[in-house]
Design a protein around this ligand. Structure first.
Ligand code: NAD
Ligand code: DAU
Length: 329
């Protein structure tokens, strides 16, 4: 049995990771989360109290981070400012949390010699042309947005701490997640909840941008496989062969919610909008024997729509403020 420190565990992917970890293993888990606008404490409701604890605090708080890292065996770092549109409006918190916060964690991991897993994104590789081969672990870093640049920088810090200080770390870079407990600022939950509210979905630009969708349970499952069986110092790409244009996704959502498939609007494009992401996850398959279990995207989307219909009390308190922020940008 081990003790896990999970940063950002009150957010979307971290929250799903903690729920799954406590179901699957007997470990103790502490979440360290600053409880920003992106957090939702109720994601962590009904977890076993004797094995789970939530500590409110920032990964930038040096003294707190040292204390918490010292008290645990494994550190899994999800905490981040995660939304591209916000990073374009105000990059400062992205530099602070994603770069300085990761630096603080790495220094504590180095001092206390703990096992570390760094959760990152495929966006560090920039974007692909429509006919270009998928990202691999050898793809060059070429981030486009303030968000992806700070995540790329955080990956470089981890790599340097592995090489120069010999910390026991692994890195994963995953594609776009969807599923329950995702903040309504993100594309899929934003459109589902807009439709529930009778508002037409909006597509940025032409709607032809492609994302490689993976169910969040497959992401968290892969992260656990890397922690359990990954080689120290290695990077693993996580994906599930889920390439879809934004237009295809919105048409699937509209059909599943019994609306005309053309009942959406095209709006101004996101500045610097990456065209396409696509992940070659063969290293994860060949080395660790991992495979995604939620490959049926249409079915996963239908289940996600049902989840947002059934859990309005989870997302409703943040919906109006999110749309007000979009309207002001
Ligand atoms: P999220 O925005 O839903 O959650 C982030 C969490 O981090 C929130 O609970 C927030 O309160 C917390 N946080 C923010 N700043 C903090 C700070 N200074 N100290 C402590 N906690 C802080 O994000 P997410 O979508 O769950 O993403 C989690 C991680 O997974 C990020 O590192 C992101 O880069 C990575 N990732 C996400 C996706 C995706 O599609 N969602 C894909 C690949 C990688
Ligand atoms: O690729 C992994 C990344 O996926 C993660 O690292 C990020 O944390 C996560 O936010 C996500 O980034 P994206 O920018 O791809 O996700 P987002 O949900 O913001 O947008 C998905 C696509 O949909 C993107 O092409 C922009 C578009 N979009 C988004 C919104 C919110 C729209 O067309 N309309 C919208 O209203």
């Amino acid at each position: 049995m081990a003790s896990f420190l999970v940063t950002g565990g009150a957010g979307f992917v971290g929250g799903n990771f903690v729920r799954s970890l406590l179901r699957r293993r007997d470990d103790n888990v502490t979440v360290l989360d600053a409880l920003t606008y992106a957090a939702n404490r109720s994601t962590l409701d009904s977890l076993p109290r004797e094995r789970f604890r939530l500590v409110e605090g920032s990964v930038c708080d040096e003294e707190l981070v040292h204390r918490m890292v010292a008290d645990h065996d494994v550190v899994v770092h999800f905490a981040a400012q995660s939304h591209n549109d916000n990073s374009l409006a105000d990059p400062a918190p992205f530099v602070e949390t994603n770069l300085v916060g990761t630096f603080r964690i790495l220094e504590a991991v180095r001092r206390h010699e703990r096992r570390y897993h760094h959760v990152s994104t495929d966006e560090v590789y920039g974007d692909l042309a429509v006919d270009q081969a998928r990202f691999t672990e050898a793809s060059p870093y070429a981030p486009s947005s303030p968000y992806s640049a700070t995540k790329a920088g955080s990956d470089h810090l981890v790599r340097a701490w592995v090489r120069s200080y010999g910390i026991r770390a692994t890195i994963s870079n995953c594609s776009n997640n969807y599923g329950p407990f995702q903040h309504v600022e993100k594309f899929i939950p934003r459109q589902i909840t807009n439709l529930i509210d009778g508002v037409r979905p909006v597509l940025y630009g032409s709607g032809d941008n492609v994302r490689d969708w993976i169910h969040v349970d497959d992401h968290t499952d892969a992260v656990l496989a890397i922690i359990e069986r990954g080689r120290i110092g290695e990077t693993y790409l996580i994906g599930a062969d889920g390439e879809r244009s934004n237009r295809e996704v919105i048409e699937l959502i509209l059909a599943a919610m019994r609306r005309p498939v053309d009942a959406y609007d095209l709006v101004a494009d996101r500045p610097g909008h990456d065209l396409r992401y696509a992940i070659d996850w063969s290293k994860l398959r060949d080395e660790l024997g991992w495979r995604p279990r939620h490959g049926d995207f249409a079915r996963g989307l239908q289940e996600t729509i049902s989840w947002y219909r059934d859990n309005e009390s989870w997302w409703r308190p943040t919906k109006a403020a999110t749309e007000a922020r979009y309207a002001s940008e």
